[in-house]
Ligand binder design. Structure first.
Ligand code: ADP
Ligand code: MG
Length: 378
């Protein structure tokens, strides 16, 4: 359905996207996961023919997007990071305009109604877009992407700036759309991608860092030569850390050691990685016995997708490349409920400041919580 071959985008001397290749099969929901600045939007803009690539190819249904853009683009519905809305138009007028722009041959009234039903924007069809809340605007953006029933949908960070309920609604909608369309969706938020996508491509610094289902990615990057140890040193204080780290470093075949958090009073965990196919457990035991230390736990590393994402994106790539990794601060990924709280706070910020950022906004825009907003005509 979609084939991306050695795609590169260079801005000046900076490579925003560097030699990316992947395929997306019909009916897949692919998540494009990466931190801000990873190159997600740039890739999506090339996939949709919105910008050209420096080198490489994008084939949509076998058609090269740069060779026959009209034909290739006819297969794509695109929701860019900033939805391309004409905010002075009503929803209806705007969607009708998009309908004409796409030279859609479907019965206009029925098709627009279907799309509006699907995106749950029926109650605001007569309203001026600039007066709609962010959640509604995003759904109008999604509706324009759906006009003409394109087989491929490309959605760039479709839930950014939405409140938790809106996020859940959009996710549910995307899942539903995935039954009829091939979807590529980008996000910098892991739970988001995990909740919606069959397959994940982690993109970092313009390159594909991992590709597969969540399980496949975790399995591929989990290895027996990596482990976490909890060692009780002789002083049972932070003083033990350096001694333990340097002693472990002395074992043959060790690639990487770092002290992690204090897990019990004065006792630390250590992340240890040896060369591949090297089992250092016995040497570790001998070392600890000789030093009079106690191993309180030895756990072969079983990375979750969260760990992997953090490691990849924070530059702690121990085990994923040949490079010994820099120690990374261990941070906890936010849970779904924390994420919701954060989004809520952001949305509240947006409610107080956001309307000003929309220069064309006016006083009728005060109600940003559309779920109570039943679409009175302005
Ligand atoms: P993401 O969508 O993953 O946040 P982008 O694709 O927007 O990342 O950006 C990738 C990198 O390319 C960033 O470092 C960004 O600053 C750079 N970049 C994006 N667009 C341009 C541009 N038009 N000119 C120069 N640099 C750009
Ligand atoms: Mg982006």
């Amino acid at each position: 359905m979609i084939e991306v071959k050695n795609l590169t985008k260079q801005y000046g001397d900076k490579k925003a996207v560097n030699d990316i290749s992947f395929k997306v099969e019909k009916g897949e929901i692919l998540g494009f996961l990466g931190p801000n600045g990873a190159g997600k939007s740039t890739t999506m803009n090339m996939l949709t023919g919105y910008i050209s690539s420096t080198s490489g190819h994008v084939l949509i249904n076998g058609v090269d997007i740069l060779e026959d853009p009209k034909k290739a683009k006819a297969n794509i519905g695109y929701l860019p990071e900033i939805p391309p809305l004409y905010v002075d138009m009503t929803v209806d007028a705007y969607l009708s305009f998009v309908f004409d722009l796409k030279k859609c041959k479907l019965p206009r009234k029925a098709h627009l109604k279907d799309v509006c039903n699907l995106c749950k924007i029926n109650d605001v069809r007569g309203r001026i877009i600039k007066n709609l809340s962010k959640g509604y605007r995003q759904r109008v953006g999604l509706a324009q992407a759906l006009i003409n029933n394109p087989p491929v949908l490309i959605l760039d960070e479709p839930t950014v700036g939405l409140d938790p309920n809106q996020i859940i609604e959009i996710r549910t909608l995307i899942k539903k759309l995935g039954k009829r369309h091939t979807v590529i969706l980008s996000s910098h938020i892991l739970p988001e991608i995990q909740a919606v996508c069959d397959r994940i491509i982690i993109i970092n610094k313009g390159e594909v860092a991992a590709d597969g289902t969540a399980d496949e990615i975790a399995r591929k990057l989990t290895n027996e030569h990596k482990m976490t140890l909890r060692i009780e040193g002789s002083t049972r204080s932070a003083k033990d850390k350096d001694e333990i780290v340097s002693a472990i470093r002395g074992i043959k075949g060790i690639k990487y050691v770092r002290a992690d958090m204090e897990r019990e009073k004065g006792i630390y965990d250590y992340d240890v990685e040896a060369d591949e196919d090297t089992d250092i457990r016995r040497e570790l035991n001998t070392l600890c016995r000789d030093k009079g230390w106690n191993i309180l736990m030895l756990q072969l590393s079983d990375l979750t997708l969260e760990d992997i994402f953090l490691k990849i994106t924070m530059g702690d790539t121990a085990g994923m490349t040949e490079q010994p990794a820099k120690p990374a601060t261990r941070i906890k990924l936010v849970t779904e409920s924390e994420l919701e709280a954060m989004n809520k706070a952001a949305e509240e910020d947006d409610d107080t400041a956001g309307d000003d950022s929309d220069s064309s906004s006016d006083s009728t825009d005060e109600q940003d919580s559309e779920d109570q907003d039943n679409g009175g005509n302005e």
